[in-house]
Design a protein around this ligand. Sequence first.
Ligand code: DQA
Length: 147
Amino acid sequence: MRLLLLNGPNLNLLGQREPGLYGHHTLKEIERELCARATEAGVQLDCFQSNFEGALVERVHQAMGEVNGILVNAGAFTHTSIALRDALLGVAIPYVELHLSNTHAREAFRHQSFLADRAVGVVSGFGAFSYDLAFDGLLNHLRRTAA
Ligand code: DQA
């Protein structure tokens, strides 16, 4: 089993960026911890972060035929990117959308997601723990549907 963790714009600033909202963990720490959990679960986890929409789209394309599932925190692109939505649907890889903050408790423009309606599920509001919950949810879904 191989999974891809995708992080979008500004998530490279985790740890420094609005810590009251996003917490004190850096992205490297989150990736390291999730990779350790993945190894324990017998899963290979690839991690990719970019501030560029096209780079994220191309990374999704690369995943076709190689990856069983995608964990995606698309940051602000969640609320704007039809291109990322089309890429995820185009490769037909099951994905879970995740957010550190509860986007529904924030500004109205964060309530819309271009990814949520076709996701296996959405996790939002648990800080860095959202990554763990999304990982468990996606793995459970993939194992259940493969059986
Ligand atoms: C975010 C929520 C988005 O609205 C925001 O643009 C981000 C981070 C989150 O993880 O809470 O960059 O995806």
